[in-house]
Design a binder for this molecule. Structure first.
Ligand SMILES: *[C@@H]1O[C@H](CO)[C@@H](O)[C@H](O)[C@H]1NC(C)=O
Ligand SMILES: *[C@@H]1O[C@H](CO)[C@@H](O)[C@H](O)[C@H]1NC(C)=O
Ligand SMILES: *[C@@H]1O[C@H](CO)[C@@H](O)[C@H](O)[C@H]1NC(C)=O
Length: 291
């Protein structure tokens, strides 16, 4: 533990020595398919990527780089029309049985019915930390900015720069936090009809296929992780230098107001209030401030 913190401290100090640079991700050069490569279109020199789902397959990409901390942005336009049973995903995950993971998953719905924005976080292989939201805009009409901001003090999920969820690091109080395993970035479009729409009751209507989810301007302003904790190599954004400036800070009062607005008006599920499911034994982070 101590040596880990010492290493993080070294990483902090070494950033001062590194020249900051902004990492612009590109679907051609920074990601590759982990499945369904033929079920895709890539456009505008790697700035845009369309994933396709039909009765044969969906598809998915993963980043070449593995990161430990960073801000990972993706502009996404979700499957329009009758998207029931489709799941569009954007997430970060490490590998192995005790993996850590942070998710955005968008659960399609029948035409005219609202999408669900599903979020979750796995720590050491354990999840059951779902929070779900409805949208305050039509996520199929245009691209919107979904960002996972991950630093040693908190994970924040942003939608168009509005924080919708915060998971703070309370490791000092014995609560797990994803700060020890590097993660890759993934995007995918898959058939989730045994789960997604009303618990699997609504099946995909394949007459509406192919389904297309559009991704744009993947961007990682992040620290590369090369395996052991001792190798943390950062590339820093020159603007909004999160690593130095907001690593110890909480959200601004303006951001907190927005977070509250979303959660008061658009949150449709919260594992922290599902007493029935957990038999009243709620996860310890549920009793901690999360902003
Ligand atoms: C994009 O297209 C290029 C050229 O057709 C191909 O080599 C590459 O694998 C594709 N990558 C992605 C992630 O779309
Ligand atoms: C996306 O949102 C993040 C988090 O608020 C922000 O830092 C970033 O500048 C936004 N990117 C774009 C392209 O709007
Ligand atoms: C689909 O819409 C129905 C009706 O509004 C809603 O109850 C359900 O939660 C929606 N399903 C998803 C997966 O968003």
């Amino acid at each position: 533990m101590r040596s880990f913190h010492a290493l993080v401290a070294i990483a902090f100090i070494s950033l001062i020595a590194f020249k900051p640079c902004l990492v612009h991700g590109n679907f051609y050069s920074d990601m590759s398919f982990n499945w369904g490569a033929k079920h895709s279109y890539n456009l505008s020199n790697g700035n845009d990527l369309n994933l396709v789902l039909d009765h044969v397959s969906g598809s998915g990409v993963q980043s070449h780089n593995t990161y430990l901390f960073g801000s990972i942005e993706m502009l996404i336009k979700l499957v329009p029309g009758n998207s029931a049973g489709t799941v569009t995903a954007f997430y970060l995950t490490s590998s192995g049985d005790y993996h850590d993971e942070m998710d955005f998953e968008f659960l399609g719905n029948s035409s005219g019915q609202p999408y669900t924005m599903h979020t979750n976080i796995f720590i050491q292989g354990k999840a059951e930390r779902e929070q779900e939201f409805s949208f305050w805009f039509d996520p199929t009409a245009d691209f919107h900015n979904y960002t996972i901001h991950w630093n040693p003090t908190a994970v924040v999920w942003y939608v168009d720069s509005i924080p919708i969820r915060v998971f703070r690091n309370y490791r000092s109080e014995g609560i797990g936090f994803p700060d020890r395993q590097g993660m890759k970035v993934y995007s995918s479009l898959w058939n989730g009809d045994n789960w997604a729409t009303r618990g699997g009751l609504v099946k995909i209507d394949w007459t509406c296929a192919p389904f297309i989810a559009a991704f744009r301007k993947f961007r990682a302003s992040a620290c590369k992780w090369n395996g052991p904790l001792s190798v943390i190599q950062c590339s820093y954004p020159t603007v909004g230098n999160w690593w130095t400036s907001d690593v110890y800070k909480q959200l601004s009062s303006d951001q907190r107001g927005k977070l509250k607005w979303v959660r008061d008006n658009y949150m449709v599920y919260n594992y922290c209030t599902d007493h029935w499911r957990f038999n009243g034994k709620m996860a310890p982070e549920c009793y901690k401030p999360q902003y």
